[in-house]
Ligand binder design. Sequence first.
Ligand SMILES: NC(=O)c1ccc[n+]([C@@H]2O[C@H](COP(=O)([O-])OP(=O)(O)OC[C@H]3O[C@@H](n4cnc5c(N)ncnc54)[C@H](OP(=O)(O)O)[C@@H]3O)[C@@H](O)[C@H]2O)c1
Length: 256
Amino acid sequence: MSIFNRFSLDGRVALVTGGGRGLGFEMARALAEAGAHVVLTGRTAGTLDKAVAAIAKTGGKSEAAAFDVADIDAGRAVVADIRKTHSRLDILINNVGARDRRPLAAFDDREILDLIRTDLLSAISLSRDAAEIMKERGHGRLIAVTSIIGDMAMPGDAVYPVAKQGMTGLVRSLAVEYGAFGVTSNAIAPGMFATETNAALSENPDMIAFARRRVPLERWGRPEEIAGAALFLASDAASFVNGHVLTVDGGMSVRM
Ligand SMILES: NC(=O)c1ccc[n+]([C@@H]2O[C@H](COP(=O)([O-])OP(=O)(O)OC[C@H]3O[C@@H](n4cnc5c(N)ncnc54)[C@H](OP(=O)(O)O)[C@@H]3O)[C@@H](O)[C@H]2O)c1
């Protein structure tokens, strides 16, 4: 089989949380372009509909499932629906990651749990249900979007890194638990990406200068620059890659 064919996702079904915009949309678009049918999730039906239309314009197949990932039962129902409708789920990208930049003392316990529920518990639950479906077919790709934050920390941003490191632990647990069933589990750790959510930062001259100083490529990442990593990990080209964290940060995390 040619190396290009090993990147084909023809006939595969993928679920991408937060796939309506930002990095999630770029990853979903790439999977669809490679032939997968992609289920996009997010809280806003209108955003998802636009994303489905944009993917259709390029000949890709996708559908929307609107729900808040903090609603664990809703997530479980979506995975069950996918199984019922498509009889398979080959790829799960846990991409949602809410961030609340505050020091630890500014959080009460309820707020901490809410953030952990959205960023981590949701991914644990979706992974469990998806992995069990993948296991039956002897093939699957679990992908978590973590962050270079977690290995590194920033003052005034206490809880998000905890959730992201939890995701890294999850990726490794799944890698050893499901590897024997042909299901791999890997993470993508982005650096600074100029997504819509980050617009106020990525367009700020101080933050442009910061990126120039701190990122060896001297700039913010463009959202579409995440797509190659996602397609690789989702494809047969990554058949022996398991338990890995693929950093996509322009070199920021290795710079002294
Ligand atoms: N951008 C960066 O520089 C960067 C760096 C490191 C790591 N990351 C990680 O990469 C991932 C994507 O980042 P991004 O910048 O593309 O994020 P984003 O622009 O905030 O996009 C998030 C997506 O998730 C959906 N979403 C947010 N909260 C949700 C919830 N509770 N339930 C369901 N859907 C929800 C949003 O749609 P709705 O609003 O319609 O729900 C949107 O589609 C996150 O995990 C983030 O932590 C990003």
